[in-house]
Design a protein around this ligand. Structure first.
Ligand code: FRU
Length: 483
């Protein structure tokens, strides 16, 4: 990737070559390439007139920037949406061959009334996503009455042999079906969980339950504001989809949060990952609408999360979403530090100097009566980012109060926590650090916390500590990563 030396630019997380980025869009795998489009303002580092920026990767960790995919036209600017492989040429765009179709929201002000208008449109590509043609019949789906009507995620429903669209409509989702992506019929609505803000960027897919051959449907939907950590964030529902409607397993009014940090939004999964691979893969936008336009980078703004694999795990009889970084990031490992069986006490914290800020860490710890155990990351003279566990509250936390630059927006600073039972005092953490971000995955991905940080580039030490009593570090592996 270009410009790797700019301040805060991550070493292995996707960032735009220049200017502004928000949601991932048009995520599709085709002919050996993962496509990543994204909400992009090519003229500024704040949100503005939206285009689809474009990049491709063969391995999910090295990205090649391509020219802009979709540009505004007479129907408006290009808001979020998805892309699919039209294997059977149901659209007739591809002369019987497979091709790529993007389904997205055209957003504009109505020429007469001036009211905001959101309508769904198509664009297609017969050259592996390199060039795109707007469908002459756009838009293909207009709002019956609601102005918030956007972010279509489309997939092929095998048993019904038709396309399904899940669309965010104010504070619910609507399902539509189509034989050809051009004509859409309303199927049903779903709402539940938290409706404290506007729903955005839904996704829905069948997902495997770990270590079984069972599949369940997962519906994920973002909400802004009103998410668990404040501002924008995501929730999910587990249930069944019968081709018409989604029926949740849990009572639909208790939200399940996707991530307990402030900086995980608009996660969407890749369509058409080959069955031989079989994984459900996604990534999200690593920011929060509270301060996304104000983060202290220049020339470029905002990064994606690391690509993550999704699975379901049965926990106390309920199915819960589990996220783990894709195994491909192991190919980026450079240096390795390994420690085994180290006792940590209040008098004797464990210091590891100069490990840097581009890390993939695995820690297995036994809490020996300590009320709080933690790790100080990106530690410098006057700053540190805390990742830890509060045993009395049974909470995992990330505290960025003293992480570096925090005062660019009042909602940025502070501590975020997630409910997490330790496993008889045993805690297993995977932590990814990449100059401006920390992603924590606890108990093999059962809980995640994703947070931005803006430390001094020289703050590269780390320290493990306990507040009282002791903890035993069974093992810790620290890998330095570089894409
Ligand atoms: C979510 C969102 C979407 C919209 C896009 C506009 O972050 O607000 O709902 O399509 O961003 O850039």
């Amino acid at each position: 990737m270009e410009h790797m030396t700019e301040r805060f630019r991550p070493a292995y997380h996707f960032t735009p070559a220049a200017h502004w980025m928000n949601d991932p869009n048009g995520m599709v795998f085709f002919e050996g390439e993962y496509h990543l489009f994204y909400q992009h303002n090519p003229d500024d580092i704040v949100h503005g007139p939206m285009y689809w920026g474009h990049a491709v990767s063969r391995d999910l960790v090295h990205w090649q920037h391509l020219p802009i995919g979709l540009k505004p036209d007479h129907n408006g600017v290009i808001f979020s949406g998805s892309a699919v492989v039209d294997w059977k040429d149901t659209t007739g765009f591809f002369h019987g061959q497979p091709g790529l179709v993007a389904i997205f929201t055209h957003h504009r002000r109505h020429p007469e009334s001036g009211a905001a208008e959101q309508r769904q449109s198509l664009a297609y590509s017969s050259d592996r996503g390199r060039t795109w043609t707007m469908y002459a019949g756009n838009p293909v789906l207009e709002s019956p009455e609601e102005p918030d009507f956007r972010d279509p995620k489309v997939f092929w429903h095998e048993s019904e042999q038709r396309w399904i669209m899940v669309l965010a409509v104010k504070n619910k989702v609507s399902f539509y079906s189509s034989p050809n992506l051009k004509e859409w019929s309303f199927l049903s609505h779903f709402s539940g969980g938290s409706q404290a803000g506007v729903w955005e960027c839904p996704d829905m897919f069948p997902l495997q339950v770990e270590e079984t051959n069972d599949f369940k449907w997962v519906l994920e939907v973002d909400i802004n504001p009103g998410a668990v950590a404040g501002g924008s964030g995501g929730q999910y529902f587990v249930g069944n989809f019968d081709g018409q409607r989604f029926i949740p397993d849990d009572p639909a009014d208790s939200p399940l949060w996707l991530d307990y940090g402030k900086d995980h939004y608009a996660g969407v999964s890749w369509s058409d990952v080959p069955a031989a691979d079989g994984r459900r893969l996604w990534l999200g936008w690593m920011s929060n609408w509270q301060y996304a336009n104000h983060t202290p980078t220049s020339g470029w703004r905002n990064a994606m999360t690391v690509p993550r694999q999704l699975q379901l795990r049965s926990v106390g009889g309920r199915l819960r979403l589990v996220q783990t970084p894709v195994h491909e990031i192991q190919s980026l490992r450079t240096d390795e530090t390994r420690l085994k069986s180290v006792s940590i006490t209040h008098q004797q914290p464990l210091q590891v100097a100069a490990v840097g800020q581009c890390l993939d860490m695995q820690l297995d710890v036994q809490l020996q009566g300590c009320t709080e155990w933690g790790i100080r990351l990106c530690k410098g003279q006057n700053e540190e980012t805390l990742v830890g566990y509060d045993s009395s509250k049974q909470e995992l936390f990330v505290d960025r109060t003293h992480s570096g630059l925090v005062d660019f927006h009042p909602e940025f600073t502070g501590r975020r926590s997630a409910p997490l039972a330790s496993n008889d005092g045993e805690l297993s953490l995977r932590i990814l650090v990449d100059r401006c971000s920390v992603e924590v995955f606890a108990q093999d991905g059962l809980v995640s916390i994703t947070e931005l940080i803006f430390p001094d580039a020289a703050s590269g030490d780390l320290e493990l500590f306990v507040k009282d009593n002791a903890a035993l570090l069974h093992q810790m592996t620290i890998h330095t990563l570089q894409a």
